[in-house]
Design a protein around this ligand. Structure first.
Ligand SMILES: Nc1ncnc2c1ncn2[C@@H]1O[C@H](COP(=O)(O)OP(=O)(O)OP(=O)(O)O)[C@@H](O)[C@H]1O
Ligand SMILES: [Mg+2]
Length: 248
């Protein structure tokens, strides 16, 4: 008999209510090294979902399992990149990335060594000594992504990581993320409004309803990897796009 491997993350019957109900009985599963996207209308509760999963706010109902075990204290278990740009403007790129290591308790000298390694490995080292204000939007997001990974390179929660970027920069960042994902063996969950982005990056796409958010459907993206930009015009891709549009 083969033992079924536990899911990397499981969310079960999660509900959140503030003044009104925001999230209603959401269940979802994420396998090790999957890329999962969560797509849903603005204000439906995507950021709230990430805030609950990462332990910043509490759910009213439901449980969250990591590697098969219910986890009530979830602070530090995820690399969480917030929807708002989050680099500290008074720190250089290198120092921003170092901070990711330092927050989890690595001492400064070692944090510097590891941050330099990460910046070199993922093509940002030439910007190490610049302040965020002198970077382009795309560069800022790359640096923010590396800082998130410095803090936690196991499961990433990325809240609309490419939302503020133009189409060309966005496309460049998609390939950047896929490269990091593959090299570091990450598990990634991200939110987006962009159906094509969701399809291009993901193994599965969860489609949420408007508030209170429920799961309308989960669409398997049966496109082979590595993904190429040209996949976006394939028949399969367009069919997936039509299917998701019809759900929203
Ligand atoms: N701390 C809070 N207290 C009260 N209401 C909140 C709180 N945080 C979020 N909300 C409400 O919850 C709802 C969902 O917000 P949330 O930011 O999760 O949506 P979203 O799906 O991330 O939207 P967007 O796509 O625009 O980022 C909104 O109506 C918001 O006003
Ligand atoms: Mg949001």
């Amino acid at each position: 008999m083969t033992m079924k491997k536990a899911q990397k993350l499981e969310i079960k019957d999660l509900s959140v209510t503030f003044e009104s109900e925001i999230i209603k009985n959401i269940s979802l599963k994420v396998e090790d090294r999957e890329i999962i996207s969560i797509i849903g209308p603005s204000g439906c509760g995507k950021s709230t979902l990430f805030n609950v999963v990462s332990g910043i706010i509490k759910q009213n109902k439901g449980l969250i399992k990591i590697n098969g075990l219910e986890e009530k204290k979830r602070q530090g278990k995820f690399g969480y990149m917030f929807q708002e740009p989050l680099l500290f403007p008074w720190l250089k790129v290198l120092e921003n990335v170092m901070l990711g290591f330092e927050i989890k308790g690595i001492e400064k000298k070692q944090a510097k060594i590891e941050a330099v390694y990460l910046l070199k490995k993922f093509d940002l080292f030439e910007y190490a000594n610049l302040y965020p204000n002198s970077l382009s939007g795309g560069m800022k997001q790359k640096a923010a992504l590396l800082r998130t990974i410095a803090f936690n390179s196991d499961i990433l929660l990325l809240d609309e990581p490419f939302g503020l970027l133009d189409a060309i920069t966005r496309s460049n960042l998609h390939l950047y993320l896929l490269d990091i994902w593959k090299k570091l063996g990450l598990t990634i969950i991200f939110t987006t409004h962009d159906i094509r982005e969701a399809i291009f990056l993901s193994d599965r796409v969860y489609v949420l309803s408007k508030k209170p958010a429920t799961v309308i459907d989960c669409i398997k993206i049966n496109l082979s990897r590595p993904r190429k930009i040209s996949d976006q015009t394939s028949k399969k891709f367009v069919e997936l796009e039509k299917k998701i549009i019809s759900l929203l």
